[in-house]
Design a protein around this ligand. Structure first.
Ligand SMILES: *[C@@H]1O[C@H](CO)[C@@H](O)[C@H](O)[C@H]1NC(C)=O
Ligand SMILES: *[C@@H]1O[C@H](CO)[C@@H](O)[C@H](O)[C@H]1NC(C)=O
Ligand SMILES: *[C@@H]1O[C@H](CO)[C@@H](O)[C@H](O)[C@H]1NC(C)=O
Ligand SMILES: *[C@@H]1O[C@H](CO)[C@@H](O)[C@H](O)[C@H]1NC(C)=O
Length: 390
């Protein structure tokens, strides 16, 4: 994987626009473990949480609904990157269960929850070539897409799904492309994480108007409205009065979701602006973000003593970085940066936070006994280490 070099001078120019050098202060940014060893370690980590599965509700004691969906994402991606089918029946059964229990996988009236499950369904389709899974993902997107602000709605200042005046612009820039967080008629929040799936669906179906156009407008919305001056993705904007989430609400998963979406969108669209933006956001997230110190180890949620939403964020961030990695194998500097960053996290988990394949939420350690949220947070690092190493 590290034996290919720049195939065109264009890629070289893109890479040179950003300093992608790996900080030498990072702790252990390479790893020697063999592919089969990395696959076994990830399976062992997944098996610890899998032992806690309640198959009747596709849930794990100790974490919440959206987090449960992300466990199945990790299982499907494990099989996809390891080229195995170890978790196929577990994943497919869980997704069929959730989609039969809750219409469009929306248990509680949150578009982002539904989208986490739909994204898990997409990964399951990709891993197992199972069209039922693709149809689950499409069903959720058809439901959620009604909550994406169109250019016409932004101009008119109203949308049929909300009962308040829509802010057509904020800071004099259009709000088109934003996706409301909740279907509830009076909920005004538009956030970053309710995006990303349509780029995958565009890639799979080739249906530009239904999937690629929404993916582009969603990316433009984040770029216009929800990216700070340091290229870190912000959380949310109010779709009525343009008030914003605190500028200190900088969560790994917002950046991770954006990176993942941009990686897919740049492949689907062939438009180099998305690749340039992806590289800028990855460089910002890995080198200049508030969620790691000079050793490079992610500290978000490290002091949690019980589950909360934040415990699940860093897994999603690593997953997004890994997707950017596997899709840009001809861009050497970019590859080395992401590979090194993922290995920092992987080595920290294995050296400092591992207790017999149960992982502490604090990746600096000490190791603790099993918690569902600590295990969830580690899964995508274990899985990504399969693809992000030779
Ligand atoms: C890689 O393997 C060599 C030789 O076994 C060892 O000296 C080195 O410490 C290893 N590096 C890492 C990062 O594990
Ligand atoms: C808003 O944008 C329009 C079109 O780009 C421009 O003509 C106008 O001067 C801007 N208004 C403000 C207050 O910046
Ligand atoms: C919007 O809907 C909410 C919830 O049903 C209701 O409380 C509120 O009065 C409605 N607002 C308008 C302007 O209709
Ligand atoms: C380690 O985990 C395995 C599988 O989860 C379990 O069978 C074994 O008893 C554990 N060993 C220790 C020392 O806790």
């Amino acid at each position: 994987m590290f034996t290919t070099f720049f195939s065109t001078s264009l890629l070289c120019a893109v890479a040179l626009a950003q300093d992608l050098g790996v900080p030498t202060t990072w702790r252990e940014f390479s790893n020697n473990r063999s592919l089969s060893e990395r696959i076994s370690i990830a399976q062992a980590g997944i098996n610890v949480i899998d032992a806690q599965l309640d198959a009747s509700t596709a849930s794990f004691s100790g974490i919440g609904y959206w987090q449960n969906g992300n466990v199945f994402s990790a299982m499907a991606n494990q099989d996809y990157f390891a080229k195995t089918t170890v978790y196929q029946s577990t994943v497919v059964d869980a997704l069929n269960t959730v989609y039969s229990l809750y219409s469009n996988a929306d248990q509680y009236g949150y578009n982002d929850d539904a989208m986490w499950w739909a994204t898990a369904a997409y990964y399951a389709y990709r891993a197992y070539d199972n069209t039922d899974m693709l149809n689950h993902a499409i069903a959720t997107w058809q439901h959620v897409s009604a909550y994406q602000v169109t250019a016409a709605q932004a101009s008119a200042g109203s949308t049929p799904v909300k009962n308040f005046t829509l802010a057509g612009t904020c800071n004099n820039v259009t709000m088109a492309g934003g996706v409301f967080w909740r279907p509830t008629t009076d909920d005004q929040s538009i956030n970053s994480i309710t995006t990303g799936l349509s780029a995958y669906l565009a890639e799979t179906t080739g249906d530009t108007p239904t999937y690629e156009t929404p993916a582009i407008t969603a990316a433009q919305w984040i770029q216009n409205q929800n990216l700070n001056s340091a290229n870190i993705v912000l959380d949310s904007v109010n779709g009525h009065d343009c008030t914003r989430s605190s500028s200190s609400w900088l969560f790994t998963y917002n950046t991770g979701k954006f990176v993942e979406g941009l990686a897919v969108l740049s492949d689907v669209s062939g438009d180099s602006q998305w690749k340039t933006l992806m590289i800028d956001v990855v460089a910002a997230g890995t080198k200049n973000a508030p969620w790691q110190g000079s050793d490079g180890i992610i500290t978000e949620a490290a002091s949690d003593t019980s589950n909360n939403d934040g415990a699940g964020f860093k897994a999603i961030y690593i997953r997004g970085l890994n997707e950017a990695f596997v899709r840009n194998q001809d861009d050497w500097d970019f590859q080395v940066l992401i590979h090194s960053y993922i290995d920092v996290q992987y080595n920290a988990l294995l050296d400092l936070a591992d207790n017999n394949n149960s992982y502490a939420i604090n990746w600096h350690g000490p190791a603790t006994s099993y918690t569902a949220w600590g295990q969830l947070a580690a899964l995508d690092v274990l899985v990504s280490s399969i693809s992000a190493n030779t």
